[in-house]
Ligand binder design. Structure first.
Ligand SMILES: O=P(O)(O)OC[C@H]1O[C@H](OP(=O)(O)OP(=O)(O)O)[C@H](O)[C@@H]1O
Ligand code: HPA
Ligand SMILES: [Mg+2]
Length: 187
């Protein structure tokens, strides 16, 4: 059945919140900061699939210290716009992180349920340190107390898509971060 235009409007019709140029500037700045903070050390970047894939790919290349990748996958939102509140691990890390400097990499910190669950899980592995880098932070939406150490943009309460972020799995490949029209859906 073809999708109706209202259900999945073209990304080009949505307002740009941050352009790819603005995103690139902030990613470069965070990469530089991380490179300074971890100078002379090795780090493990753990991306949270699928949303963080694009941010991690860009951020990793803006980091000059020795870095390895790992990925975790959790399920919480599914196809729904509103979090069910229950976070489940679907894919764990492949390599041990005990004694390592770890940075959890996310596309967006919203209610905080995903990252607080993952932070607790990762701390059980006894890393030397654990920090959080997120492209977007929506502090107004927080349900559990958690803050990121590296934030590209802090945004108001609006549903966004692009740069890895989806609506019903669509729009992840949109280069800019755009605002989903509230009439289509929103928080
Ligand atoms: O702070 P929270 O309220 O937990 O929301 C943030 C999380 O929700 C989204 O992921 P989602 O579970 O939708 O999966 P995805 O990464 O595959 O899009 C987003 O990528 C974050 O991981
Ligand atoms: O604004 C959002 N967009 C896409 N995915 C999300 N997951 C939490 N918040 C968002
Ligand atoms: Mg995610």
């Amino acid at each position: 059945m073809p999708s109706s235009p209202l259900q999945f409007p073209p990304a080009a019709s949505m307002d740009v919140l941050y352009s790819k140029t603005q995103i690139a500037e902030r990613v470069a700045a965070i990469g530089k900061q991380i490179s300074e903070d971890y100078e002379g050390q090795s780090i493990v970047l753990i991306g949270v699939l699928k949303g963080a894939a694009i941010f991690l790919a860009d951020l990793a290349r803006a980091i000059t210290v020795d870095a390895t990748f790992d990925f975790v996958a959790v399920s919480s939102y599914g196809r729904a716009r509103v979090s069910s509140g229950a976070v489940k691990l679907i894919k764990d890390i492949d390599n041990p992180i005990e004694g390592k400097h770890v940075i959890l990499v996310e596309d967006i910190l919203d209610t905080g349920l995903t990252l607080s669950y993952l932070r607790g899980l990762m701390l059980q592995h006894k890393p030397a340190s654990l920090k959080i880098a997120t492209c977007l932070d929506k502090p107004e939406r927080r349900l559990v107390p958690i803050e990121a150490d590296y934030v590209a943009f802090s945004i108001p309460n609006a549903f966004v898509i692009g740069y890895g972020m989806d609506y019903a799995e669509r729009y992840r490949n949109v280069e800019d971060i755009r605002l989903m029209p509230p009439e289509v859906g929103g928080h």
